[in-house]
Design a protein around this ligand. Structure first.
Ligand code: NAD
Ligand code: TYD
Length: 337
């Protein structure tokens, strides 16, 4: 089986490739990645000589490279995207290009090459924002209401994927997952930013009042869910994938990290809020549980400890990432070094 993974040098994509080659060693993986600031081939150095793995440096918006790598592909797993909300507020056009146009180029090529499955990775952010006081959750039938340029571009990509199924019969599946965390996550996102700042004895910037709620999914649980969807998911279907957190807010997440690292709450620094900040995400993942038999392996705290251990043991990885472009981004975003 030949699997084309897009964005395989990013956080979730690289975890997925490592997971896949461990669990399906006979399959061929081609990783197409543009290597933006978020792409890092260091994540994949343990498999770089594996004869079943190859890397192609290219942009999903580039039809010629996409057509070339698509040839002979059985399954596409599409992760490639601009993925950070704060950067989408600074520069929305990169998000529309990569997430909307890039997805359409891939869909066209997948159709032309008659791929057997096209799995699109999306986000719960397409559904908008829930109220804090409200107990409701998002599910596969929730109407789209994206509120950031990132979420709007992902919503656009989801609509295109469904349109290619309805109009042309392309065999697609979609998953909308909650906030991932785990090894190799770029430290612009909340959990790795907090852990690595604290390991450097720097404060953790918390937006607004810190009472924003996210659902947290460990990346390996996410990879297992995608595996099940590829194996047993129904064509044309969407699956929501979430974790075992129940309405935990950002301050509570930070307090857990501080406790595990033995640091005090004086390391929290409240900073200016993100414009249009979505208050609460909560996801009902009973469909994938009931239909495909998926659930997370462990609870949030256990996976969080494992994640913190990984960042403690892989300081070279994130210290390298925090050099260069990251420094400029951090200064622009937070006003400090
Ligand atoms: P990431 O930013 O860590 O990695 C994205 C990867 O895509 C990078 O390797 C980058 O080089 C590559 N890429 C970007 N534009 C490209 C282009 N035009 N052509 C080829 N490659 C390109 O992102 P991630 O956190 O691994 O997210 C992967 C997917 O999962 C995205 O589609 C994202 O929307 C979705 N998602 C992420 C989360 C999360 O919490 N991280 C949650 C829900 C959904
Ligand atoms: P983030 O990791 O950017 O994911 P998303 O915005 O896609 O949910 O942020 C997670 C939550 O943490 C979100 O409510 C914003 C908040 N946050 C902070 O409080 N401080 C930060 O420095 C960052 C990056 C995020």
């Amino acid at each position: 089986m030949k699997i084309l993974v897009t964005g395989g040098a990013g956080f979730i994509g690289s975890n997925f490739i490592l997971y896949w080659l461990k669990n399906h060693p006979g399959d061929l993986i081609v990783n197409l990645d543009k290597l933006t600031y978020a792409g890092n081939l260091e994540n994949l150095k343990s498999i770089k000589d594996n004869k079943n793995y190859s890397f192609v440096h290219g942009d999903i918006c580039d039809k010629s490279v996409v057509d070339r790598v698509m040839e002979g592909t059985d399954i596409v797993v599409h992760f490639a995207a601009e993925s950070h909300v704060d950067r989408s507020i600074i520069n929305p056009s990169d998000f529309v290009k990569a997430n909307v146009l890039g997805t359409q180029v891939l869909l066209d090529s997948a159709l032309k090459n008659k791929v057997k499955k096209f799995h699109h990775i999306s986000t719960d952010e397409v559904y908008g924002s829930l109220k804090l006081e409200d107990k409701s959750t998002f599910n596969e039938r929730t109407s789209y209401n994206p509120r950031s340029p990132y979420a709007a571009s992902k919503a656009g990509s989801d609509h295109l994927v469904r349109a290619y199924y309805t109009t042309y019969g392309l065999p697609i599946t979609i998953s909308n997952c909650s906030n991932n965390f785990g090894p190799y996550q770029f430290p612009e996102k909340f959990i790795p930013l907090a852990i690595t700042n604290l390991l450097e004895n720097k404060k953790v910037p918390v937006y607004g009042d810190g009472l924003y709620v996210r659902d947290w999914l460990y990346v390996e649980d996410h990879c297992r869910a995608i595996d099940l969807i590829l194996e047993k998911g129904n064509e044309g279907e969407t699956y929501c994938i979430g974790g075992l957190t129940e309405d935990i807010n950002n301050l509570e997440v930070i307090k857990k990290i501080l406790k595990i690292l033995g640091k005090g709450e004086d390391m929290i620094e409240f900073v200016k809020d993100r414009p249009g900040h979505d208050r609460r995400y909560a996801l009902d993942w009973s469909k994938i549980k009931n239909e495909l038999g998926w659930e997370p392996l462990y609870g949030f705290e256990e996976w969080l400890r494992k994640t913190i251990d990984w960042y403690k043991q892989n300081q070279d990885w994130w210290k390298n990432v925090k050099r260069g472009e990251y420094k400029n981004y951090y200064k622009k975003q937070y006003g400090t070094e």
